[in-house]
Write a protein that binds this ligand. Structure first.
Ligand SMILES: Cc1cc2nc3c(=O)[nH]c(=O)nc-3n(C[C@H](O)[C@H](O)[C@H](O)COP(=O)(O)OP(=O)(O)OC[C@H]3O[C@@H](n4cnc5c(N)ncnc54)[C@H](O)[C@@H]3O)c2cc1C
Length: 439
């Protein structure tokens, strides 16, 4: 059997590429060894943000009397079944969307020979092969690590542990620590360097205050030494956990036989050009399996579109200049663009935002960076709404928007995202809602 394109992996990257090619009349097969939807649906974004939403609502409802004058008593119901139903729905939808577009799907593990894909003893030929096999958790090499669980397993627990130790201060570790703490776990978070070290000091401090408020013990510059069942020995003491979670990074999933293809790859992933083509002209790679820095679902999807459109003969390129990232903590941190390119920046504190005052949630800020031509090149938002607001800054960067145009853009009043144009106003001393320090 010969296909115009075989896609290995039905996750965020693979289902996009498979669907676009199928919609355009190509004969496509998407092979998935586990469940469609990949990590994002079954053990990443979806369960993680669901538990964030639940814990955020619980925290707000419990304290609502403080800022809205209401009195409520909230009990936790069967949140884990609701989470599982959402995962099942989205995973099934991923498979059906490929089929609806005209593509074929197949459950099995794909293996590679020089110019064929083998699955369950069948040998398949292709004009184009798209590798979208994603990534898996990478665990520290310490004794007893097998008694812990990975970040992917942590977001799929069906109970709230009494005590939890989380190893890893990246986005997954911090999110897991906060939502389980809010659901009732006593949590210790240990991290080798600084927590969320790719984010600014201001953002880290606000999240740190929030973790302190939730009673999470954070130990920085601390590494695990060994695990003895529920006890974790570290360089900064011993900690006991009903569950010990390792959120210690990820490694690419290389399909068996990858080296038969004669393509370049290293321990961070497969090398591609800006159309997602590998060094073998018939082979493309997209998503977490690619050798790149920011591995998130929306860049995996962008790469799926770019690879599929390139195969269809269109002239498109992957552009990473405006790929945002959001940490789903309370408050959320959103960041986009390059701070190194910014020659100046200005910011707006949300305590001066009318909408934030009405909400009663005044922590956070918007910061915007501008390049030497006065165009937006960087954004950072710390807010309950960072996930939505950072998208506006992504559009501003892509559109190379000028500082003065952003400053005079009349965004809805009173809205939290108004803070974005107010941050640009601050560059021109037009941020009239902010009290200035008198000399
Ligand atoms: C806890 C956590 C939270 C996250 N939260 C976010 C978030 O909020 N926002 C965000 O943008 N990103 C988030 N991510 C990252 C996001 O999940 C990944 O960037 C995204 O899933 C990558 O998509 P992908 O298609 O490249 O790979 P994957 O989603 O890993 O999909 C690859 C698929 O390929 C299959 N496969 C692998 N090898 C083979 C083979 N040989 N044959 C057949 N099938 C194979 C796998 O089973 C898998 O289903 C999170 C990740 C984690 C772990």
């Amino acid at each position: 059997m010969k296909y115009d394109a075989i896609v290995i992996g039905g996750g965020s990257a693979g289902y996009v590429a498979g669907s676009v090619l199928s919609r355009n009349g190509r004969k496509v097969l998407v092979i998935e060894k586990d469940r469609y939807g990949g990590v994002c649906v079954r053990s990443g974004c979806v369960p993680s943000i669901f538990l964030y939403d639940v814990s955020f609502s619980l925290a707000r409802l419990r304290e609502i009397g403080n800022y809205k004058g209401l009195s409520l008593n909230v009990e936790q119901g069967d949140i884990f079944s609701v989470r599982n139903n959402i995962i099942d729905y989205l995973s099934e939808a991923g498979k059906k969307l490929i089929e609806n577009a005209g593509g074929e799907t197949y459950f099995g593990e794909a293996k590679l020979s020089k110019d064929k894909v083998e699955v369950d003893g069948r040998e398949l030929e292709y004009d184009n092969l798209i590798i979208a096999s994603g990534s898996s958790p990478s665990l520290p090499r310490i004794s007893g690590v097998e008694n812990g669980i990975t970040e992917d397993q942590a977001v799929n627990l069906n109970f709230v542990p009494k005590e939890m130790v989380v190893v890893g201060g990246g986005f997954a570790g911090v999110e897991i620590a906060q939502f389980y703490a809010r659901l009732g776990s006593s949590v210790v978070l240990i991290t080798r360097g600084k927590m969320l070290e790719n984010f600014s000091q201001d953002a880290r401090e606000l999240v740190r205050e929030s973790l302190d408020w939730d009673g999470i013990i954070v130990k920085e510059k601390c590494e695990p030494v060994y695990q003895d069942r529920g006890l974790l020995k570290t360089t900064c003491g011993e900690f006991r956990g009903e569950v010990i979670v390792y959120a210690t990074g990820r490694r690419p999933n290389f399909p068996l036989g990858l080296s038969n293809l004669g393509i370049e790859f290293n321990c961070n992933g497969i090398k591609v050009d800006d159309t997602m083509r590998t060094t073998n002209p018939k082979v493309w790679a997209i998503g977490d399996v690619v050798d790149k820095s920011r591995k998130v679902a929306h860049s995996a999807m962008m790469e799926g579109y770019v690879a599929a459109l390139s195969i269809l003969g269109k002239s498109v390129k992957a552009d990473y200049s405006a790929v945002p990232q959001v940490i789903y903590t309370d408050p959320q941190i959103g960041s986009v663009g390059s701070e190194q390119r910014a020659v100046k920046s200005s910011s707006f504190p949300l305590r001066a935002s009318t909408r934030a005052i009405i909400h009663g949630m005044k922590e956070g800020y918007v910061k915007v960076g501008f390049d030497e031509d006065n165009r937006v090149c960087f954004g950072e938002v710390v807010s309950q709404y960072a996930e939505e607001m950072i998208n506006l800054l992504s559009i501003a960067i892509k559109a190379k928007m000028k500082a003065e145009d952003l400053a005079l853009l009349p965004l809805v009043h009173p809205s939290t995202s108004e803070g974005i144009s107010n941050a640009a106003k601050a560059l021109f001393n037009l941020d009239v809602d902010v009290f200035k320090d008198k000399q």
